[in-house]
Design a protein around this ligand. Sequence first.
Ligand SMILES: Nc1ncnc2c1ncn2[C@@H]1O[C@H](COP(=O)(O)OP(=O)(O)OP(=O)(O)O)[C@@H](O)[C@H]1O
Ligand SMILES: [Mg+2]
Length: 188
Amino acid sequence: MHGSSTSTDSTLTTVSGVPASRLSNTFDSWQASANPGMEAAFARCVAVAKGESTKALLSGRPGTGKTHLAIAAMVEFGILRSLLWKVPDFLDWIKNQAYDKELEMARILRPYREDPFLLVLDDLGVEQRTEWAYQQLYRVLDSRADNKLPTIITSNQLPDKIDERIVSRYRSGLVVCAGKDVRSRFDV
Ligand SMILES: Nc1ncnc2c1ncn2[C@@H]1O[C@H](COP(=O)(O)OP(=O)(O)OP(=O)(O)O)[C@@H](O)[C@H]1O
Ligand SMILES: [Mg+2]
């Protein structure tokens, strides 16, 4: 798995898939008053972080703080027991795996389907759903739902644009964020 501990290259340091610069995205550094429309998303991520729930599916406009809340949940849950993937990177990674695809993938994805770390899949979007890599992603999410493993998904698509099979399985965690784009306010 990628990033399950600290890794460094010449330009980037990430911990569990989170850029070091974003490890300060915690529940403590969250400013609720900046975006009251994100209250339900905040509560949902706290519930997953505390183990009171296993599912969050945050659908909301860009810049509303979805990734911040997902990272905050990871920090609270335990950053080394968590893993964040941006969905396009996850799909690229799957595509680049060994050519004996089915066999190799079963081995590589087993932890994603069975292990109780907190998985964040950030930026689920308008992927090509017939693609082989996308089917692997879907199977991961299906198994995690069956196995009640903690999972947070973010998307800036409305629920009716997200794969309905995923929405169906994660509906109990669905939050349609009413928040506004506050990114520029926190850009330094
Ligand atoms: N309520 C808040 N309190 C503190 N910081 C916030 C809040 N909302 C957003 N931010 C900050 O604003 C920036 C944008 O937030 P974030 O990246 O989480 O948005 P997003 O909803 O994931 O956007 P996108 O859909 O474009 O990925 C981040 O730096 C985040 O830490
Ligand atoms: Mg984001």
